[in-house]
Design a protein around this ligand. Structure first.
Ligand code: C2E
Ligand code: CA
Ligand code: CA
Length: 435
């Protein structure tokens, strides 16, 4: 190969700004170490500069470029001959550092001081990094993993754990792999009707009678029943939950219609709608249409929603609840008392039902404080004309406790787990529990 062409090819493997290996160049370095068998001696890093967009805004692109260059020079100075620094672009860097030096490297990245000129003036900034790392313990074939694994850790550092340094774990890797599969297979799973609706009874504990149920989705995937805790979060993150929520609503309406046609008196079934669904301004109208088209009475459906601290979402939620109300569809506030719920909720949202979160009663013993708080919440809700239900009830003493403070409708393993359709139909035929 002529030298000039070789040079062009080589050049494409470095970043134009810093001259460091880019993704391609870095992967070549990793590949080389996999082949000679030294890769397990290293820790793979992915890091970026905290507050870099502010720097960009404050000093301009040119100054920001020179900061990135100075920054990379300082990092490079730290590294030994056999260690590698790569520049993926923007303020994203990768590095392969000997395991015995990884703490030192993290300390360096904790804050690097950079001097530069902006508007003819010399300036100084101290830049900390957010770091994802992977201690390479095993051999692997795909050199791209030396970027993707620390990247999983970096995402956790930034968006979940909110700490400056995170080391990737097997659990994180597994979760990301499952999420990826979920997103890839979601559409075909919907088409193949792999999603099932289970029904968890709601029971009036005064006479042990079935009074309602909640529809909870399951994914029957290759004969394995996957719980919503696994697949709902990635679908919500990707804004794809909408189709599933409507699928569940439709299926629930169809089941209710079938029970009626077969001569059973149905009970009201609540279905969950994600807050992410509220980006659709016609959400309430679409829900209304599905219920009407199914031919059932609106009183048999209730829409469960969770609260939020986000101002914009809060407004959307208020509007959505009143839109549904105008159309004669009942709503419930789910998980009340967990996380962000507040007394303002009781005042602002005209909901039909308040579902007290499991965390309230998920305690081995009840204190006098628990009693006062719950009594007052239940009292307020009742005075405001809301129905109150406690969920996650597993034990007799929990029933006794919530009864004492004025709540009688119960959803929880004490009576039943979420049941497959056929088993729930048995409950509908005979609504009284032998307790
Ligand atoms: P959620 O709406 O709070 O549903 C109640 C969850 O608590 C259910 O878990 C239920 O099985 C569980 N549970 C009920 N009673 C007990 C009990 O006595 N003890 C314990 N330990 N747990 C109990 P599941 O079915 O795994 O659902 C988890 C979450 O997934 C739901 O929490 C809901 O947020 C979401 N979800 C389920 N189906 C849908 C759906 O169709 N659409 C949307 N957007 N979210 C759904
Ligand atoms: Ca719920
Ligand atoms: Ca709940």
């Amino acid at each position: 190969m002529p030298d000039n062409i070789r040079k062009i090819i080589q050049d494409r493997k470095v970043h134009y700004l810093t001259g460091l290996p880019n993704a391609g160049g870095y992967i070549d370095e990793i590949h080389g170490r996999i082949i000679i068998g030294t890769i397990k001696e290293y820790t793979a890093f992915l890091f970026n500069l905290k507050g870099f967009s502010n720097i960009n805004q404050k000093y301009g692109i040119e100054a920001a470029d020179s900061i990135v260059i100075r920054f990379s020079e300082k990092v490079k100075e730290f590294l030994d001959e056999d260690e590698v620094l790569g520049h993926l672009g923007g303020d994203n860097f990768v590095a392969l550092v000997r395991k015995c030096r990884k703490e030192k490297f993290c300390r360096l990245l904790n804050g690097i001081e950079v001097t530069f000129t902006a508007n003819g003036k010399e300036e100084k900034v101290r830049i900390p990094s957010t770091i994802g790392l992977w201690d390479i313990e095993e051999n692997f074939d795909d050199p791209g993993e030396a970027i993707s694994r620390p990247s999983i850790a970096l995402q956790h550092a930034k968006h979940i754990l909110h700490v400056p340094v995170v080391s990737v774990t097997e659990e994180m890797i597994k979760r990301v792999a499952v999420q990826k599969t979920v997103l890839e297979q979601y559409q075909s799973a919907l088409q193949n009707q792999e999603f099932l609706v289970f029904y968890q009874p709601k029971v009036d504990s005064r006479n042990n009678t079935l009074v309602g149920a909640e529809g909870l989705v399951r994914w029957n995937h290759d004969g394995q029943m996957i719980s919503p805790g696994i697949f709902i979060p990635p679908l919500e993150q990707n804004g794809e939950i909408y189709l599933l929520d409507f699928y569940v609503l439709k299926k629930t309406c169809e089941d209710i219609k079938k029970w009626m046609d077969n001569g059973f008196e149905p009970v009201t079934i609540s279905v969950n709608f994600s807050r992410k669904d509220m980006v659709d301004p016609d959400l309430a109208a679409n829900i209304d249409r599905i219920i009407i088209n199914s031919g059932i009475d609106k009183k048999y459906i209730e829409v469960e929603l969770t609260e939020t601290v986000d101002e914009q979402e809060h407004g959307e939620l208020a509007k959505f609840i009143s839109d549904l109300r105008e159309r004669g569809i009942n709503t419930a506030i789910d998980d009340f008392g967990a996380g962000y719920s507040s007394l303002a909720t009781l005042r602002e949202f005209e909901v039909h039902t308040l579902k007290i979160d499991r965390s309230f009663i998920n305690t081995p013993e009840f204190s006098w404080k628990d009693k006062i708080i719950l009594t007052d919440i239940i009292h307020m809700a009742s005075e405001l004309g809301m129905e109150v239900i406690t969920e996650g009830v597993e034990r007799q003493d929990q029933i006794d406790f919530v009864n004492k403070v004025g709540c009688y409708i119960i959803q929880g393993y004490y009576y039943d787990r979420p049941l497959p359709l056929e088993e729930f139909e048995e409950r509908l035929k005979n609504k009284v529990y032998n307790k």
